[in-house]
Design a protein around this ligand. Structure first.
Ligand code: SF4
Length: 292
C-alpha cells in the first residue's frame, strides 16, 4: 500500500493525531547520522521512486475519507534531489488535493518551495527540519541534506505565500547543537514558522556509532550521558532531567518569540489545541475534519 496508517514505531510516547503516511520515495540521500529509518530499510542511502506511484496513490486516495490527514513523509524525505526532475511528490500533492485530503509535508529540503503555489492552494502545512545554523555541523551531521540557509529561505518563501509552516528543531544532541537552541528558535520564527516541534536524540546502536565517529570529541560525553538514561521502544533516551531541561529551553525561547511549542516522544504533557507534530496549524487555517 502507498497510503498507510501512520506507524509510530511502537513508541508508547507518540502523541501524534491519527493520520496516514505517504512516502513517494524509498530511501533517502540526506544521510543524517541520527536517522532511525536507515536502520530498517535496505539500501537506504539509495533513493528510488516508488514503483507506479501516482496510479496506485490515485486508486488508494479515492477510498480515503476527505479531510483525513496525510503526512508526507515519515521514512524518507519527499524532496530529494530526484524530485527536481521527477516531480513525484508534486504529483502526489495534486492527487491528494483533488481528493480533498489534508497534507502535512515534512522535509529538510528547500525544494519544497518549488511547489509553493500548489501548497498555498490546498489544505496543507509544511514542517521543515533545521537542527543547526552552522554549515560545518550540518555537513557532518546531515551530509547530504541542504544547508541551513536554504531551508530557512524555503520556510520564508512558503510563509510569505500563505502556507502554514512549522519548524522541527529535532533532534537536539548535547554537545553538538544544544548551544544553538536560542539562535535556532529565533531564526525559524523570524523565517515564518508558527510552531516549533522539538525532541532530543534517541540513540540506536547504529546511529550512536555514526555520531561518535563524526564527532569524536563529543562522543565520550554523549556515551556516558546515554548510559544513565532509559530505553523506550528500542531507543536509548538521555537521562530524564537532561531531556526535560533541553525541552524547557526550547519552550521558553519559543514563548519569547511568540510561537507555539511541542515535543516529540519526550513524555511531556500535551497542550490543548497544540498537536505534537504541528498539524494544528493546518486545522487553524483550513477545515480538516480528521485533525483534532
Ligand atoms: S532526511 Fe529524514 S529520512 Fe532522510 S536521512 Fe535524514 S532523518 Fe533519515
Amino acid at each position: 500500500m502507498i497510503l498507510q496508517p501512520f506507524d509510530p514505531w511502537k513508541s508508547p510516547l507518540c502523541t501524534c493525531p491519527a493520520k496516514m503516511s505517504l512516502n513517494p520515495y524509498t530511501g533517502c540521500p540526506h544521510g543524517c547520522l541520527y536517522c532511525y529509518a536507515s536502520s530498517y530499510i535496505p539500501r537506504f542511502a539509495e533513493c528510488r521512486p516508488k514503483v507506479d506511484l501516482l496510479r496506485r496513490l490515485a486508486r488508494e486516495a479515492a477510498k480515503v475519507e476527505p479531510g483525513t490527514l496525510v503526512a508526507m513523509s515519515n521514512s524518507s524525505d519527499p524532496y530529494p534531489p530526484l524530485e527536481k526532475d521527477l516531480r513525484l511528490s508534486r504529483g502526489c500533492l495534486q492527487i491528494l488535493k483533488e481528493r480533498g485530503l489534508c497534507v502535512q509535508v515534512v522535509t529538510k529540503s528547500h525544494l519544497v518551495a518549488q511547489d509553493v503555489e500548489l501548497l498555498a492552494d490546498m489544505r496543507t502545512c509544511v514542517a521543515i527540519t533545521v537542527t543547526t545554523l552552522q554549515d560545518s555541523i550540518c555537513r557532518r551531521l546531515e551530509p547530504g541534506a541542504p544547508l541551513p540557509a536554504k531551508r530557512l529561505a524555503a520556510m520564508a518563501k512558503l510563509a510569505e505565500n500563505g502556507v502554514a509552516v512549522s519548524a522541527r528543531i529535532d533532534p537536539i544532541i548535547p554537545g553538538i547543537n544544544d548551544e544553538e537552541i536560542d539562535e535556532l528558535v529565533v531564526a525559524v520564527s523570524r523565517a515564518g514558522a508558527g510552531h516549533i516541534t522539538s525532541s532530543t536524540f534517541k540513540a540506536r546502536p547504529g546511529s550512536m556509532n555514526k555520531i561518535i565517529s563524526a564527532f569524536p570529541q563529543e562522543g565520550a560525553t554523549l556515551e556516558s550521558l546515554f548510559a544513565r538514561g532509559g530505553k523506550v521502544a528500542g531507543s536509548c533516551y538521555l537521562p530524564a532531567e537532561t531531556g526535560r531541561d533541553l525541552m524547557q529551553r526550547v519552550k521558553e525561547c519559543a514563548q519569547r518569540e511568540g510561537v507555539t511549542f511541542s515535543s516529540c516522544r519526550e513524555g511531556l504533557a500535551a497542550v490543548p489545541g497544540i498537536n505534537c507534530d504541528g498539524s494544528h496549524l493546518l486545522s487553524a487555517m483550513h477545515k480538516c475534519d480528521a485533525v483534532p
